[in-house]
Design a protein around this ligand. Sequence first.
Ligand SMILES: Cc1cc2nc3c(=O)[nH]c(=O)nc-3n(C[C@H](O)[C@H](O)[C@H](O)COP(=O)(O)OP(=O)(O)OC[C@H]3O[C@@H](n4cnc5c(N)ncnc54)[C@H](O)[C@@H]3O)c2cc1C
Length: 510
Amino acid sequence: MIMKYPWWNERQKKLADAAKKFADENIPRGEEIMWTKEFPSGILKKVADKGWFGAIIPEEYSGMGVGVTGNCIIAEELSRVCSALNVAYSVTMFGGVEQLLVFGSNEQKGKWLPKIAKGEVLGAVCVTEAGVGSDAAGVETTARHEGDEYVLNGKKRFISNTAVADIYCVYAKTSNRPEDRAKYNHLSAFIVEKGTPGFTVERINELGGWVGLPNGILDFNEVRVPAENRIAAEGDGWKVMMAGFNFERTLYSAGMLGPMREAIRYAVSYSQRRIQFNRRTIDFQHSQFKLADMFSALHTARLLTYHAAHRLDLKETAISEAAMAKLFASEAYEKLMSDAIQLMGGDGWTRFYPVECFMRDTKVNQIGAGTSEVMRMVIRRQELRAMAEDLRLPPRHIHEKLGIPISTTKPSSTSKVNADTLLEILVEDYRVNPGLHMSRDDIKERLKGIDDEQLDKLLTSLEEKGFVKLYKGRHGTIDLAKATYEGLRKAKPLDYYKWFPEWVEKEYLF
Ligand SMILES: Cc1cc2nc3c(=O)[nH]c(=O)nc-3n(C[C@H](O)[C@H](O)[C@H](O)COP(=O)(O)OP(=O)(O)OC[C@H]3O[C@@H](n4cnc5c(N)ncnc54)[C@H](O)[C@@H]3O)c2cc1C
C-alpha cells in the first residue's frame, strides 16, 4: 500500500483508497488503449461520475474541495491506468481551472467551474505556437478588441486534448504598443469554446508516447470571443499563465508517479520469477541495488510533488517547489524506466509488458509544461532570491593565534573613509580570500558609512594608480574589486603575507 502522508486530511486519505481501487479495476482497459490508441472516453466518463474532475473546485461550484493534494492523488492513480487517461484529465485542470479559481470573476466561475467539476466539458491549455516554445511570453496569436468581443487570429501547436476538449484556455497578444509589450508582451487569457466559427483543428500529431491522447495544431481565423470570456484584466495574461504553471507542474509530476509505481511492480514481480544461473534474478545483489535506487527515486519524487501540492493548498508560493518536483520526477522517471526494463531483460523491451509504453513517455515528461532546462532556470532564479541571506560569503579574517583564514561573527570595520584604508581592506581580503574579488557589500561592511558615489570615486582613483583591479557589471557599474600585486606591495611588506604550517622544515624556505 502506497504511503498516505501524515499531513493529508481524512477525505484525502479516503480518496487515495478509492482512486487506487478505481485504477486497479481499470488497468486492463488502459493496457488495451496502449494497443488500440483509442481516446479513453469510457473511463473518463467513469471519472466524471465519481466527481473527480471537481477535485480542486470548491463545493459551492459543485466541486469536491480536496485541493491540489486531492487532485494529485487522483492523477497519480489515473496515471497507473494509462497516460492518455491521466493527461486528458490533468489537461482539463490546466485548461482553465486554476486560472479561473485565482483570476476568474464570480460570473465566470459560476458559468464554467460546475461544468468542469461534473466532467461535462473537457479542457485544453493553449500557449505553444510554431515559433513560441520555452519563451512563452513571445505569443504571436493576436486578440483584437472590438466592442464587446475579441477577435482572435493565429495558431497554437502541440495542444493536448485537441479536438476532444470543449473549452480552450488561449493566450493571445492584446497590444503592440512598445510600453505595453514590455509588460510580458501584453498577453491576455481567453476561454474559447469548441464550435466557435473560425476555430478549427489543423493537424493531429503522431507522437512517440502518450498513446491515445489527441495532440495537435489549432487554427484561429477571425474567431469572435465574447469579452466576458477574458480571464483577468487585459494584458494580465502572463500572471494568469504563471498561476496556471505552478499548479500544472505539480499535477504533471503526480502523473509520473503512477507509471513509476507500475514499473517497480513489474521489475520486482518479474525478477522474483525469472531464473538464470540457477537463481532468481532478484537474488543478484546488482538487481537489489537497482531496486533500492528505484524505491528512493519514487519516494523522493512523491515527497517533492506532495510538498509542492501542500504549499499550493496553503496558498503559499510554490514556484521553485513545483519546478523542482517536475525536474526531479521527470529525470528520475527516465532512469527508473530504463532500470525496470533492464531488470526484465528482453521481455521488458517488448510491448507485451506496459513498461515499454511508459518508457516512451520519458521525453515528453522532460519537455511538456516547461523543459528541464526551463525548470533549472526557474529554480536557480527563485532559490538565489529566496536563499540570498544564507548564500552570502561569511565574513572571514586571519585568526590571531593560528594565522589562518577563518570565518568570524565580528568582522573588523573602520569609519576612516579614505583611499589608504580602502586599500588596506582589499589587502586584508587578499590574505583571507586570495583568489577572490570583494563585492561592494563586502567593502561597505568594512568601511562604515561610505556611500556608493564615494566608493566609486576611491576605487577609480586606486585603479588609476594601478593598485586595484575592478570588475564592471553589464551596466558599467563597479561590482567587484581586488588589490593588484602592486597594491599589495604598496600596502604591506612581503613578510606581512607570509604563513607556513608548523611541520614545514624552515631550512627549505627562502
Ligand atoms: C506531447 C506534448 C504535449 C504538449 N501539450 C501542450 C499543451 O497542451 N499546451 C501547450 O501550450 N503546449 C503543449 N506542449 C508544448 C510544450 O510546452 C513545449 O514543447 C515546451 O514548452 C518546449 O517548447 P519547444 O518544444 O518549442 O522547445 P524549444 O523552446 O524550442 O526548446 C528547444 C530546446 O532548447 C532549450 N532551450 C530553450 N530556451 C532555453 C534557454 N533560455 N536556456 C537553455 N535552454 C533553452 C529547451 O530546453 C530545449 O531543450 C506540449 C508538447 C508536447 C511534446
